[in-house]
Design a protein around this ligand. Structure first.
Ligand SMILES: [Zn+2]
Length: 480
């Protein structure tokens, strides 16, 4: 039994000014064959789950090709044609197949195809024909269309945000496709797409209202004859028709039950639509609260809080940890995982004005990194940092301080991370300590704060700070 594995994974921010060119994919990931195994066999990503399924269920996994980039702008026609052309040709040439497993993000937009995932799966279906089962596993921030669901037999979405269950969900996709090939089941799926959005700051599935919606989704999976249930939060930074939340139910041959189950889940969420869009604190309020709640550094012997999966994250909501430091503020306006600039200075500016000390944050600023490298370790210099990519993320901030550490960029995180990734590279980076008690980690690559090792590898202990800014909404939570 041979299953092909392939995919283009992209979360397209259609408002971003940085196009996703072929070179952008090359700089991130274009993997073929064994390279996919080397990269993901030991990770927690979708492809890892497919490989695990092959090993445990006993089918032959044939990794063809996989490409992704960070969530930047629209995929150029050239990039889509070259990537999909090569992958689809492999699928044609190396068949016949018993099944196909796709690893797409589910929120991809190309110049030619506003619903790239539908186009990609349409061609896959066209190549393998109607009788070969096709499964796809999508990121929880997927904007899923009816077409993508129609083009596949099994469409499964991750159920945790931050994303800690990619591998498990992909393992499930592999299993359902495997059982379909064996003739044990006949999956039928239905997608319900109410006109609903969840504010990005409410997307954490360990807290209400998302926690209940995910619980209801998991419960619906227990209904007899229901094979799987998914809830997608959608990706709001995309001006496309299918943008928004959706619910999918897959049953064993029962179209009516699939429709009813998906609609019931969506109907319950509709009642919570106001909770899904409550506003958040201003920067000054958040900093004031952080100053008030901070008591001191973490006492010796108190373990770092490390969730093992989405459930643990929910159960261990650390409400009783408020006497500890540091306070982590999510910079939701600079959501790098969502395609943002990574150099927003809005919080830094207010914190500086308020005189907040023991303050730690990262900033993407290759120009400042260069200036620091030229000045050398131990040099005290004045530089303008951040706010240089566009006019939406604040002005550059003038800081005076010392170049303390210079580092080449790569680091490895073995703790749980959003998306299940392990290897990171921030490019050349510099630890800059300002004279007014702030620490800024300057990077040459747009990097999020999803791994605490990002700090340890620079000799920084975030535990020793009062206020840590983590750029993102949910993605830094497993790390911090
Ligand atoms: Zn996501």
């Amino acid at each position: 039994m041979r299953f092909a594995i392939l995919g283009i994974s992209h979360e397209t921010n259609t408002f971003s000014k940085v196009p996703a060119t072929y070179e952008q994919f090359e700089n991130a990931h274009i993997l073929r064959g064994q390279e996919m195994v080397d990269e993901y066999a030991e990770s927690q990503y979708t492809i890892s789950g497919y490989l695990q399924g092959a090993e445990e269920l006993g089918f032959e996994a044939v990794p063809l090709m996989y490409a992704n980039t960070g969530p930047i702008g629209t995929i150029t026609k050239d990039a889509y044609d070259r990537l999909s052309g090569e992958m689809h040709q492999m699928l044609r040439d190396q068949g016949p197949w018993d099944g196909v497993l796709i690893s797409n993000h589910g929120a991809a937009v190309s110049e030619e195809y506003p619903d790239m995932d539908a186009e990609f799966t349409r061609v896959v279906r066209d190549i393998v024909g109607p009788d070969v089962p096709v499964g796809v596993t999508l990121d929880m921030h997927a904007n899923i269309s009816k077409d993508t669901v129609a083009n596949t037999d099994v469409c499964i979405v991750w159920r945790t945000c931050p994303h800690l269950d990619a591998k498990q969900r992909a393992r499930k996709t592999a299993e359902l496709i495997y059982r379909t090939v064996k003739g044990e089941i006949h999956p039928v799926q239905f997608i319900e797409m109410p006109p609903m959005l969840v504010n990005i700051v409410k997307q954490f599935t360990g807290q209400e209202p998302m926690k209940s919606l995910v619980d209801e989704c998991v419960e619906a999976n227990e209904i007899p004859n229901v094979l799987d249930t998914s809830i997608a939060e959608g990706y709001p930074y995309a001006d496309v028709d299918e943008m928004g939340m959706s619910w999918i139910a897959i049953t064993d041959g029962d179209a009516e039950l699939a429709e009813k189950t998906a609609k019931d889940m969506a109907a319950k969420a509709w009642l919570r639509r106001v909770d899904l869009n409550k506003p958040v604190a201003s920067i000054a309020d958040a900093l004031r609260q952080a100053e008030e709640r901070y008591v001191g550094p973490k006492p010796e012997g108190v373990e770092n809080y490390v969730p093992s999966d989405g459930t643990a994250l929910a159960e261990a909501e650390p409400s009783d940890h408020s006497h500890l430091g540091p306070i982590v503020l999510m910079d939701v306006g600079d959501n790098i995982g969502g395609g943002s600039s990574a150099d927003s200075t809005h919080i830094l500016k207010v914190a500086k004005e308020m005189g907040v000390t023991g303050f730690l944050q990262t900033l993407y600023d290759p120009e400042a990194v260069e200036a620091c490298v030229t000045a050398g370790i131990g040099a005290e210099i004045a530089i303008d940092v951040g706010g240089k990519t566009d006019d939406m993320h604040g002005e550059p901030i003038h800081v005076v301080g010392t170049v303390s550490v210079i580092h080449d960029g790569p680091y490895e995180e073995t703790r749980p991370t959003h998306g299940g990734f392990r290897f990171y590279n921030d490019g050349k980076r510099v630890l800059f300590n300002t004279v007014d008690g702030m620490t800024i980690l300057l990077t040459s690559v747009r990097s999020g704060n999803t791994a605490r090792e990002q700090m340890y590898s620079m000799g920084i202990r975030p535990e020793d700070y009062r206020v840590v800014v983590a750029k993102g909404v949910s993605s830094p939570r497993p790390a911090y």
